[in-house]
Design a protein around this ligand. Structure first.
Ligand code: NAP
Length: 335
């Protein structure tokens, strides 16, 4: 066992992307275990857009990370030592590990650690993407909030990302016409050719709004919104009467000082049902969703990709990659 635990601490509130002053890597001694506690070595860090929200001192669904604290993040960790009756050496745990090499598991976490089951066709890292919060977000956001009906048109933004790529595939399973919006031709090719989306639009092409109109001849019934801003505006303009807007994320605003949308007029005109949600709202049903996602994966109906960086040093660079569109599928740092 090493004697020190390297940790990224939040040292300044970011303006825009994560600059070198925002996170600092330092080493702390490994904690001594008390009864009921376990020490787990972090194997994967889940890099999520919400980390940028947690860095900001703004109203949000969890308290912002305080300056000087270890940066919050989800991860997968393997128990290295245990004085807990609940965890034994070798158990793999999923939870809020923080951006660090080791995490002390006290058993009193507000978001308790869950054991990752051992399933032959799933790798450890799957439990942070398709079978972690992204898959659950896609599942509950689309099925419980979007309520898709066969034959409806679903548009999903950030469609080649960890969440959007699963949303589109569940939409296809439910019989929707699925149109994805993503930021490169490579991403569009992947979601259309490999994942089976009906159409894919690169929002960086000059005529992408005309392509969106052509790809949604019957209008849009469900907008699974991950991006906000101009992308959301263009989709709202295509909404049908009584459409549903599943407000999952607004990533285009996370690095801006003023993330507000320019106009919500279409919501009024089209009597849209807009519902925000946070995946933890559905925590009591995670098991059910995991089983269904696993079944779809086994049947070959769900595919995924991962972008994996190596080494804890890469964490700040990885966070910025989300806002530069440099990931396809789930973004992880492997330690
Ligand atoms: N409500 C919840 O409980 C919940 C849970 C998880 C995630 N989310 C939200 O879901 C969204 C996707 O998260 P994720 O973890 O799956 O990340 P992701 O989609 O894997 O990665 C983020 C992607 O967003 C796109 N993007 C970044 N900046 C953009 C901009 N200015 N305009 C358009 N697209 C931009 C990039 O792809 P392109 O190349 O396509 O631009 C990037 O790859 C985020 O808004 C996140 O906050 C919500």
């Amino acid at each position: 066992m090493p004697e020190a635990n390297r940790q990224w601490k939040l040292t300044a509130r970011p303006k825009g992307l994560v600059t070198p002053d925002v996170l600092q890597l330092s080493a702390s001694p490994l904690p001594l275990l008390e009864d009921g506690q376990a020490l787990a070595r972090v194997k994967y860090l889940s890099i999520d857009p919400t980390m940028r929200i947690w860095m900001a001192d703004i109203p949000q669904y969890m308290p912002p990370v305080q300056l000087g604290e270890v940066m919050r993040c989800f991860g997968l960790a393997e128990v290295a030592e245990s004085r807990s009756p609940n965890f034994k050496k070798g158990d793999k745990l999923i939870g809020l590990t923080g951006l660090q090499e080791f995490v002390l598991v006290t058993g009193r976490e507000s978001f308790p650690f869950q054991k990752a089951p051992s399933i032959p066709f799933l790798s450890d890292s799957n439990f942070l993407g398709t079978f972690g919060l992204n898959g659950l977000t896609a599942y509950f956001g689309l099925l419980e909030v979007g309520k898709p009906q066969s034959g409806e048109t679903l548009v999903v933004s950030a469609a080649a990302g960890a969440t959007g790529s699963i949303v589109g595939q569940i939409g296809k399973i439910k019989g929707c016409r699925v149109v994805g919006i993503a930021g490169s031709d490579e991403k569009c090719k992947w979601i259309k050719d490999d994942l089976g989306f009906d159409a894919a639009i690169n929002y960086k092409h000059p005529d992408w709004k005309a392509q969106l109109v052509a790809a949604t001849p019957a209008g849009v019934d469900i907008n699974f919104e991950n991006v906000g801003g101009e992308v959301m505006q263009a989709v709202l303009d295509r909404m049908n009467l009584n459409g549903r807007v599943v407000l999952c994320g607004l990533i285009s605003g996370y690095t801006r000082e003023d993330p507000s949308l320019s106009s919500f007029a279409q919501i009024l005109m089209k009597r849209l049902r807009v519902q925000g949600f946070i995946v933890i709202d559905f925590a009591s049903k995670f098991m059910e969703a995991g089983q269904q996602l696993g079944m779809w994966k086994m049947m070959g109906k769900l595919k995924d990709k991962q972008t994996i960086l190596q080494g804890i040093e890469k964490a700040p660079e990885a966070i910025n990659m989300l806002f530069q569109g440099s990931n396809i599928g789930k973004l992880l740092v492997q330690l």
